[in-house]
Design a binder for this molecule. Structure first.
Ligand code: SAH
Length: 268
């Protein structure tokens, strides 16, 4: 099942549908629905990731740098996220992974106070260095210097993957694969949380400056479903400056297994 979306980019180019957009960005790419197909034009995909990283390599390794000048929202952002996590049923607080961790803003403010062990996934080396300098807690368990597209959870089960303002750096099909790998690494009661900017439903917007895609709520939900996940909780962030687009936080868990069709039929 595909989804009907129209989009544009920061250079004024418009796209009549999502497939045309991905074709232009990545070559004739498999859609998120067809996750088994091999990727065409790997060079274009490498270029996509290189451009995203180039922006972050040149941005300052500060809270204002990772938040594009909105560093002052951190306190409010973190307290809302803490409330969101504390109210999730069945969640244990052993191990969290901060995905697209930047300089460790979320790790320091949210995850280290709540979880016994925290791992970071972050490809920008200057940010990783800054995170290692500023995170003093022995709870910092591991730092994976790599992109989400290459990350695979280790053998320790993870209670919470937290991805904030980072998923726009993944093309749809890589996002689906990434979520599936995270789901396979979840502890019982674990969640994948995504806190992301969203645009008006039915649209997408590509920012050519940092090479990130803003998706709408429907687009995200389509990809979550394709990855075999269900949204167990969703919250629209309140109280952020009006210049910011709507920020949604999603908590995702693997969809409950349904009986195969033929077993259902046989039992009738
Ligand atoms: N989540 C952090 C940082 C947000 S800024 C916070 O809320 O403070 C976006 C981060 O995503 C940057 O640190 C950038 O280096 C990282 N990023 C960019 N491309 C990525 C990729 N392919 N995989 C993982 N992280 C990526």
């Amino acid at each position: 099942m595909s989804i009907e979306l129209k989009g544009d980019d920061s250079e004024g180019v418009t796209y009549g549908n999502l497939q045309d957009f991905w074709k232009q960005e990545l070559g004739s790419t498999p859609s998120a629905d067809d996750t088994s197909a091999p990727s065409a034009h790997p060079g274009k995909r490498q270029q996509w990731y290189k451009e995203g990283l180039k922006y972050w390599d040149e941005a300052p390794a500060t809270v204002n740098g990772v938040l594009g000048g909105f560093g002052h929202i951190t306190k409010y952002d973190i307290s809302s996220s803490a409330g969101f996590l504390r109210n999730l049923p069945d969640l244990q607080f052993n191990r969290a992974v901060d995905v697209g961790a930047g300089i460790g803003r979320v790790t320091n403010g949210l995850l280290i106070p709540l979880f016994k062990a925290v791992e970071l996934v972050e490809p920008c080396e200057a940010y990783v260095r800054k995170a290692q300098e500023t995170i003093k807690s022995p709870r910092l368990a591991k730092v994976h210097v790599m992109g989400m597209q290459d990350y695979k959870p280790g053998s320790e089960p993870v209670d919470c993957f937290w991805a904030q303002w980072a998923l726009g750096h993944l093309p749809d099909d890589d996002l689906v694969h990434f979520l599936q790998r995270c789901a396979a690494g979840l502890a019982p009661g674990g969640v994948i949380c995504a806190k992301e900017n969203t645009c008006q439903n039915g649209t997408f917007h590509m920012d050519k400056e940092d090479n990130a895609l803003t998706r709408c709520d429907l687009h995200y939900k389509h990809l979550f479903r394709t990855a075999g996940l269900v949204v167990v909780k969703q919250e629209l962030q309140a109280g952020f400056p009006v210049e910011l687009t709507a920020v949604h936080t999603y908590a995702l868990r693997p969809a409950p297994a349904t009986a195969p069709l033929d077993t259902e039929m046989a039992s009738k």
